[in-house]
Design a binder for this molecule. Structure first.
Ligand SMILES: Nc1ncnc2c1ncn2[C@@H]1O[C@H](COP(=O)(O)OP(=O)(O)OP(=O)(O)O)[C@@H](O)[C@H]1O
Ligand SMILES: [Mg+2]
Length: 251
């Protein structure tokens, strides 16, 4: 794992307590520039709460977060998105009654600037070319003009991920991108993320319960348990870590 001078994201002693529930209880880690970090751990161990505390969805109880060496603790999701930080949620965020391409264009709009500026711009807000690039990268050509809501759940998950990449983020946090999608689409998504990372750079943190996906995608993996980092290391180190195995068997 990188040191803070070459990091995209630095999380230091982050805590989110709900009364006596210590959902996140002193988590520290760094994410290097262009690094893909996997985040695993049993249900309820605090992964999503960690993301929400990093990304301004909730205010952490204590601790700090910095991005490219600037403090971002407690900043709003909008401010973070303007700085180049994106995310996907555990639940789908697509607009079912819009076409796939329009979903992508909407997702990129935050990046374009003020409402006035958007109104004066072309109907695609100048984002058509970027949307088409994402459509190609995510192999969505055949469905680009269909209503997103008419597509299978797996395909909507792909669109959801593509939407997160529309504003050309430099850091993306993905919360269970494989949930509910079939095995061949899991492979497809993994290859797409690898290609995106190789061709566009950027750092990703990926929460997933699908171990094969995480092991093949992420050279660095963090395992959480009960709000804390239980272990971190390479896929081989995590695979053979006794505490990690126990955490899963005990689940
Ligand atoms: N708003 C809240 N109020 C009280 N407790 C909460 C709240 N949000 C989360 N929790 C608790 O915090 C813990 C961590 O939940 P979280 O959703 O972060 O886990 P997770 O690792 O993402 O789980 P999963 O893998 O099932 O998505 C759980 O015990 C959960 O019940
Ligand atoms: Mg979760």
């Amino acid at each position: 794992m990188s040191n803070s001078a070459h990091s995209s994201l630095c999380v230091h002693e982050l805590r989110k307590h709900y009364g006596t529930i210590k959902a996140v209880d002193g988590v520290s880690f760094n994410v290097g520039l262009s690094e893909i970090v996997g985040m695993i751990g049993p249900n309820g161990c605090g992964k999503t709460t960690l993301f929400n505390s990093i990304l301004g969805q909730i205010v952490p109880t204590s601790g700090s977060v910095s991005y490219c060496e600037e403090p971002i603790t407690g900043k709003s999701p909008l401010e973070l998105s303007r700085r180049g930080i994106g995310r996907t949620f555990q639940s789908l965020q697509v607009f079912g009654n819009l076409s796939v391409r329009d979903n992508l264009i909407i997702a990129g709009q935050e990046f374009v600037g003020t409402m006035a500026k958007r109104l004066w711009m072309r109907p695609d807000a100048g984002l058509g070319a970027r949307a088409d690039e994402m459509i190609e990268l995510f192999h969505l050509q055949k469905v680009a003009h269909k209503y997103a809501g008419s597509l299978a759940y797996g395909q909507q998950k792909l669109i959801d991920v593509a939407m997160a990449f529309m504003p050309a983020p430099r850091l993306v946090l993905l919360d269970e991108p494989c949930a509910g999608i079939n095995a061949s689409m899991v492979d497809e998504l993994r290859e797409i993320l690898k290609t995106l990372n190789r061709t566009h750079g950027g750092s990703y943190v990926v929460i997933e319960h699908n171990m094969e996906f995480i092991m093949k995608l992420c050279p660095h993996i963090i395992c959480m348990l009960e709000g804390r980092v239980l272990a971190e290391g390479t896929p081989d180190e995590i695979r053979s870590n006794k505490q990690v195995l126990e955490a899963y068997l005990g689940n």
